[in-house]
Design a protein around this ligand. Structure first.
Ligand SMILES: Nc1nc2c(c(=O)[nH]1)N[C@H]1C(S)=C(S)[C@@H](COP(=O)(O)O)O[C@H]1N2
Ligand SMILES: [Mo]
Length: 310
């Protein structure tokens, strides 16, 4: 399965090979069971996660790239703003309100939301609408497992997500850079798809704040902006939610936002992408429809014109 997602980039095309191998060696010497990855987390906590068959075999980006080049407008517009400012965000205690068309609504701590669901490591390609990409080793659980836990009612057709907006900890919120809280949405079949993750970590560690601690969405076949960070609300609705970018610029950002090299952004081409990490000689690679996950997700859009439903 991994082969057909391969864009031809090799380990040596990005920087972290030695670092990643060092980690694997550390694991081996730490005497951990085969089939389980576990690292010492930033706060000393260990996260064990099962490798997933949905992982690509492409080389993950370095931790430095993944945590140093971010979009998280609550902390500013600059790619370096989240790393600089996200440390001020309080992530414990944390509570996610689950509401709407569910059997068990309520305020859940992330641990309670995920309790008993096996954590997986999912190495996914991640394609930003701005035509750059990374490969990120997420840790998380299928959103479908969490939705099953809270009990989705038959009338629920969409899921709406909302991120934290706390002006005193988030300079971008204080400055009103966007109409916060950041909001996103998925159709229920997209939300239930096995590729859709609620991620709580990456590279074997608890989620760095700039990447959306303590819990965020990851939808690998859609442009990065669909993957809302630092979630505080998950609502099951019967009406299609309006996402933040769609509200701001509906001609540029649609509800679906599936990665699609055939449908350009009004202001730039989506046919290729720059893989972060290659420095000055970064390779441009062709963008794949559905970010290369088409075999698994194209069926969700049978009969839809994706130039209309962009
Ligand atoms: N709350 C929130 N979530 C967000 C964003 C944001 O500004 N605020 N930016 C999105 C965009 S445009 C991208 S590309 C990804 C970036 O995720 P990363 O920084 O972990 O790579 O987060 C998405 N989720
Ligand atoms: Mo993005």
């Amino acid at each position: 399965m991994a082969e057909r997602w391969n864009t031809g980039l090799r380990w040596s095309d990005v920087t972290p090979r030695a670092a990643f191998l060092d980690r694997r060696r550390f694991l081996a010497t730490a005497g951990l069971g085969i089939g389980t990855l576990a690292f010492a987390g930033i706060a000393g906590a260990k996260i064990a996660a099962t490798p997933s068959p949905y992982s690509t075999d492409e080389a993950p980006n370095s931790l430095e790239d993944i945590t140093g080049y971010n979009n998280f407008y609550e902390f500013g517009f600059d790619k370096s703003d989240p790393a600089r400012h996200a440390g001020a965000m309080t992530t414990a205690p944390w509570s996610v309100r689950v509401e709407g068309l569910v059997d068990r609504p309520g305020d859940y701590a992330p641990d309670d939301l995920l309790k008993g669901i096996a954590l997986e490591e999912r190495i996914y390609r991640f394609r930003c609408v701005e035509a750059w990409s990374m490969v990120i080793p997420w840790i998380g659980v299928p959103l479908a497992s969490v939705l099953a836990r809270v009990g989705v009612q038959p009338g629920a057709r969409y899921v709406r997500f909302e991120s934290l907006a706390r002006a005193d900890e988030m300079p971008g919120v204080a400055a009103g850079l966007l109409d916060f809280p950041y909001r996103e949405g998925l159709r229920i079949d997209e939300a239930m798809h096995p590729l859709t993750l609620l991620a709580t970590g990456l590279y074997g560690e608890a989620m760095p704040k700039q990447n959306g601690a303590p819990i965020r969405l990851v939808v690998p076949w859609k442009y990065g902006f669909k993957s809302a960070k630092s979630l505080v609300k998950i609502s099951l609705t019967n009406e299609q939610p309006v996402s933040t970018w769609q509200m701001l610029q509906p001609k540029e950002y649609g509800f679906y936002a599936n990665v699609n090299p055939e449908v350009d952004h009004p202001r730039w081409s989506q046919a290729s992408e720059r893989r972060i990490g290659g420095g000055l000689f970064a390779k441009r690679v062709d963008t794949l429809k559905f970010n290369g996950y088409g075999d698994l997700v194209a069926g969700l859009y049978a009969g839809q014109d994706l130039a209309v439903d962009y």
